[in-house]
Design a protein around this ligand. Structure first.
Ligand SMILES: [Zn+2]
Length: 338
């Protein structure tokens, strides 16, 4: 058998064949296990030793040439098939591709954005602040003295040996940063992430979200504070809710209050309000003169109020979530519900 003639013949048949199945048959006939090339190789042991090498090389060259010709013809068939599909009536290149799977915003992001919109509509400016904060801003300037229990290392993550840097334990340091850069009157909110060194359980986590609010102006009173909080509640729950103030002690306000709102989920007691019909919502109060002074503002001339809204807690209330740890553990079964 003459390899050149065999190749010539194979080429002609490959070019002449009409479809992929016929091509496969030809391929098998030449380079398959019992094909022409295989039988050429099988004759090698019967040849004289000096002929063996040349014969083997010819067989391999034949195999390569045929395999290449088959692959080229196969590609032609595939191109033709695509062309045909494109020419068919039901091919519409303007159709959109299949939809990608879309995620959704985290419930904390959703509530943060809603509240930002609400406060911006009331003339507030939205501020950001560092999460790794100087001791001065996190404690000192907020009238939290060196011996205050909030400074205990049980509650605070310290970032350096000397205790100058902390992971902020509340969003209140943004108050001081805001006062330093602004002249009254002004209104700001500062949403963000805060950290406490806590043993975690269903209602405590080491990382959670707050929104600080601060208003400084002429003759700001508790009445202004209550008015702003009622607007806030209307924005969150979509209707008016009664509020009450209980005295609360926080070093950076004087007087300080705990603000409770009427339970939005019941009239006569439920599991959310623990049968009291009131829910604890936020600490607030009139800004302590020492804090105004620390921010470079004259407490004789200006006054103001501040509040700290727990965003994580608000999201839990709104969606009736029973464990704060769900919010940050990244479980898609939880997140896909929002
Ligand atoms: Zn209730």
């Amino acid at each position: 058998m003459d390899p050149e003639q065999t190749l010539q013949e194979a080429h002609e048949r490959i070019l002449a064949c009409k479809d992929a199945n016929a091509l496969k048959d030809i391929e098998r006939e030449y380079v398959g296990k019992k094909g022409v090339v295989a039988s050429m190789l099988a004759t090698i042991p019967s040849l004289a030793p000096e002929q063996r090498k040349a014969h083997g090389q010819k067989a391999n060259a034949l195999k390569q040439a045929i395999t290449k010709a088959v692959a080229e013809r196969q590609a032609e068939f595939e191109t033709a098939k695509l062309d045909q599909a494109r020419r068919a009536d039901d091919f519409d290149p303007t159709l959109p591709p299949p939809r990608a799977r879309r995620g959704s915003l985290h419930p904390i992001t959703q509530v943060t954005r809603e509240l930002e919109d609400l406060f911006v509509s009331m003339g507030y400016e939205v501020l950001d602040g560092p999460e790794v904060e100087l001791d001065h801003y996190n404690f000192e300037a907020l009238n939290i003295t060196k011996d205050h229990p909030a400074r205990d290392s049980q509650d605070t993550f310290y970032c350096d040996e000397e205790g100058h840097l902390v992971l902020r334990t509340h969003t209140s340091p943004v108050q001081i940063r805001a006062m330093e850069k602004r002249k009254p009157p002004f209104r700001v909110i500062a949403p963000g992430r805060v950290f406490r060194q806590e043993t975690t359980d269903a209602s405590h986590d080491h990382t959670f979200y707050q929104m600080e609010g601060l208003v400084v102006g002429d003759n700001i009173s508790v009445a202004h504070l209550i008015g702003a909080m009622k607007t806030l509640l209307r924005g969150i729950f979509g209707r008016d809710l009664d509020v009450r103030l209980r005295p609360g002690h926080f070093p950076f306000v004087e007087p300080g209050f705990e603000l409770d709102a009427r339970c939005p989920f019941c009239d006569d007691g439920c599991s959310v309000c623990k049968k009291t019909t009131w829910i604890e919502l936020l600490p607030c109060g009139l800004i302590h003169p020492n804090v105004l002074r620390a921010g470079g503002i004259d407490p004789e001339r200006w006054s103001g109020f501040a509040f700290g809204l727990g965003l994580s807690r608000l999201v839990m209330l709104r969606h009736n979530i029973d464990d704060v740890r769900h919010l940050l553990d990244g479980d898609l079964r939880f997140l896909e519900q929002f």
